[in-house]
Each structure stands twice: as structure tokens, then as C-alpha cells.
Design a protein around this ligand. Structure first.
Ligand SMILES: [Zn+2]
Length: 426
């Protein structure tokens, strides 16, 4: 009897999950265009308010046509799109952003600020209902905003003219590929050739990444050049602001090497007529810096020492939502993780829900103790997520921990695979 009911339950679950997650008919709900939704996040340490400002019809949706509903639930923010007639979940994705990190800074304790943002979804055929969630300190997704969006009220995006787009490597149709664009920042008009050379070198390095190289036939790469009036980035010397196209700056959140771009919306406008799923900003600088935020951006230097390591590390954050596996904390990261909750990032654990992470890859003794799996090089090591105690990683060495290796550990590579499978149509 138990067997029968278990079997029935299994059948029910298979049908249920198939219905909810796999059977979204793209063409029934969406056209081949892209909808870019511009919004503002306003708040401080304790509050967040979402304001949807406008939405734009753009040329072409370059993301997947399958796996429209995301089952991973990664990211500090999460959007769900419902068909307004059937009330059916037809699209969802998670992401993080600079605003969430800023909420942990000392400035956010007594200052309220707004951050301009955007996200893209496939272009809906009729009115959709959007739910916008933020992850709280206990790691639960909390609904911040729900709103109808009628595509009839879309504006048409006017492409920014003074940029040059060069599709460098086109390996597959956009839904069967990860489309990455590399954008220039702090390159003057006379630096255009340098940018293309730097972007070419970066592409070669990116395709050699141990977590990506098997998929290199499914990666399209384009370059976007827009000239700046000045080279480099603001606050490179700690005091001078520069007139660059994306207005990047050092000392973000009080950390010298942390480079950031506040006007995220501008990048959405810059790429309005270009196919992309991910973008990496390449900054024309010798100075050591970097930034990578899940499904948001990577910012990397063109000529700094360890630039290849920085690229891999930041792209790990951006593409696979990987957490830092090191211990040192900066001012804003010291309380970033709640030790009583399991972080959503795949490569670190507080052991609160270790079964959601790499527990299945570890060896197990007869008395139930988990230990190091030599074949996969998967273990449990203290020190990760800016803490030397109570947060763990799976490997001694990984590019998300230190520059002693250019490789991602097994668990980080698994996170890459999960994202690749989610976002590339078979
Ligand atoms: Zn790792």
C-alpha cells in the first residue's frame, strides 16, 4: 500500500512539475521581441521600495524559449511573470544587484537612496502580472511589489547611436547559446583598436575557463565600443572624477578595489538593439579592481596584474551566482550572511540545509558521517562568505577563494552547469 501511494505521489509530482515548469508554450504567451522594464529601487538598510517607471519594446529576445520558469531560485531578487487571463506562471528569474550590497554599507544606516535598474523578459502577447521579490536576512523571498504590465503601453526603445557593435563569435542561434557582450569603458576614440585587442584577448581567456570550455560551441560573443572623453575610471587615484561613458568608479561601498556603475539603466539603453544575455564591462585601466554580481554585471580591468584571475572570479559571481569563498571581510560584507540561515549561493554552506548543497557528493561512513570525496575533490572546509568560522566551502583551492588557481572547484563547476542547462535550449 505504501508502495502504491508512493508511486501515485511520484506520478502526481511528475505531472504537476511538468505542467508548472516544463510545458510553457513560448509562442502562446510571448513574441520574439524583448521587453525591457525600467524600475527604481529606493531604500536604506531596513526598507526597499520598487517603482516601475516604464517599459520598452526591443528587437529580439535572445534568452531561452524553454525552461522559462526558473527552478533554482538563486539571487537576492526574484521576478515572476503571470499570464493575467489564466493566472499561470509563465516566466521567472533571479538576480542580485548593487543596491542589495549597498544596504549593508554604513551609508545605508542613515541615508535613503535610489538606484536605477532594469530587467528584460520575453515580450508578452497580452497583459501580464509581475511579482517582484527581495530576499530577507533569513533567506526568504518577500513580495515587494505586484503590478500589471500591458504591452500595448510599451514605448519603443530608440537605440543609442554613438556606439559600434561587432559580433565577434557567433556559434549558435541565440536561444541555443549564451550571448555575452563585452562593453568598453574608459577607452577614448583613439583607444578603439586597443579595446578590440583587449576584448579579443579576454574572449580567448573566457573560453578557456574550466567551467565553460566544454560549452564553447554554445557561446556567442559580441563587442560594444562606445568612446569616452577620458581614459580609465573615476576615483582611480582616490580623488579625481573622470568623464567616461559608463561612469564607473573605484572605492564603491568604501572598498578601494571595488569598482561599480550606478546608472545601470543606461547600459540597458545602450544594448537596446543588441542580442545579449550577459554583459562584461572592460575598463581601460592598469589598476587592480573588479566586480561581479549575479545576473547583473561583471566589471574587469584591461591591464591590471592578475586580470585573467579577476575575469574568472567575477564571471563566477555574475554567471553562476557564486559566493566568495574567502574569509576576509570588508566593511559592508562582515554581516552579509546570516549564520542561522542557508545562503542561496551554491558554493557555500552554513550547514543549516546542507542537503541543498554538495552533501550528495561527499562520501559517507556507515555511521552516517560525511567525509572527503577524493575523486571529486569535494570536502567541507571552514572559511568562506567573509567568515573564518561557521561558513564552509567544498575545496581547499578555487578561483572563488584565491588566485592560487585559475580553476573553479567541482561544486562551483556544478553551479555553472546548472545555469548553462537552465539558459541554453537543447
Ligand atoms: Zn569553488
Amino acid at each position: 500500500m505504501l508502495y502504491v501511494s508512493k508511486l501515485l505521489l511520484k506520478c502526481f509530482l511528475v505531472i504537476f512539475f511538468k505542467d508548472v515548469f516544463s510545458q510553457i508554450d513560448y509562442n502562446k504567451y510571448f513574441t520574439s521581441s524583448r521587453l525591457r522594464i525600467e524600475y527604481t529601487l529606493t531604500g536604506n538598510k531596513d526598507t526597499t521600495i520598487v517603482t516601475i517607471n516604464d517599459w520598452y519594446k526591443e528587437d529580439h529576445w535572445s534568452g531561452p524559449y524553454k525552461n522559462l520558469v526558473d527552478t533554482l531560485l538563486w539571487g537576492n531578487y526574484y521576478i515572476q511573470i503571470f499570464d493575467s487571463i489564466e493566472n499561470r506562471l509563465i516566466y521567472s528569474r533571479g538576480f542580485s544587484n548593487l543596491f542589495y550590497e549597498w544596504k549593508f554599507s554604513s551609508e545605508a544606516k542613515n541615508t535613503t537612496k535610489s538606484f536605477s535598474q532594469f530587467f528584460c523578459i520575453p515580450y508578452p502577447r497580452s497583459t501580464v502580472f509581475i511579482k517582484f521579490f527581495e530576499r530577507n536576512y533569513n533567506q526568504s523571498l518577500v513580495l515587494l511589489k505586484s503590478q500589471y504590465i500591458n504591452p500595448n503601453y510599451s514605448k519603443i526603445a530608440i537605440p543609442i547611436k554613438d556606439k559600434f557593435y561587432f559580433p565577434y563569435q557567433v556559434k549558435n542561434t541565440t536561444n541555443k547559446a549564451i550571448d555575452i557582450v563585452i562593453i568598453s569603458e574608459g577607452y577614448t576614440r583613439s583607444d578603439s583598436l586597443k579595446f578590440f585587442e583587449d576584448a579579443k584577448n579576454m574572449t580567448e581567456k573566457l573560453l578557456k575557463m574550466n567551467s565553460l570550455k566544454k560549452f564553447s560551441s554554445k557561446i556567442n560573443i559580441g563587442f560594444v565600443f562606445q568612446s569616452s572623453n577620458e581614459k580609465g575610471a573615476s576615483l582611480q587615484d582616490g580623488k579625481t572624477f573622470k568623464n567616461t561613458n559608463l561612469k564607473s568608479y573605484f572605492y564603491a561601498l568604501g572598498v578601494e578595489r571595488y569598482i561599480a556603475i550606478d546608472d545601470y539603466n543606461y547600459i540597458g539603453r545602450l544594448l537596446s538593439n543588441i542580442d545579449y544575455d550577459y554583459f562584461i564591462v572592460l575598463v581601460n585601466t592598469l589598476k587592480y579592481c573588479g566586480a561581479g554580481i549575479f545576473n547583473y554585471y561583471s566589471i574587469v580591468p584591461s591591464d591590471a596584474l592578475f586580470k585573467d584571475y579577476i575575469l574568472y572570479h567575477e564571471f563566477g559571481h555574475q554567471f553562476a551566482g557564486l559566493a566568495d569563498e574567502y574569509e576576509e571581510a570588508d566593511e559592508y560584507t562582515q554581516n552579509f550572511y546570516n549564520l542561522n540561515a542557508e545562503p542561496w549561493e551554491y558554493n557555500i554552506t552554513t550547514l543549516v540545509q546542507f542537503s541543498k548543497k554538495w552533501k550528495k557528493y561527499m562520501k559517507k561512513t556507515k555511521n552516517g558521517t560525511y567525509y572527503y570525496n577524493k575523486k571529486l575533490n569535494v570536502g567541507l572546509y571552514k572559511g568562506a562568505g567573509y567568515r573564518s568560522e561557521k561558513i564552509y566551502r567544498s575545496s581547499l583551492l578555487c578561483i572563488m577563494r584565491s588566485f592560487e588557481t585559475l580553476d573553479f572547484c567541482f561544486v562551483c563547476s556544478e553551479a555553472f552547469k546548472l545555469m548553462l542547462n537552465l539558459n541554453i535550449d537543447k
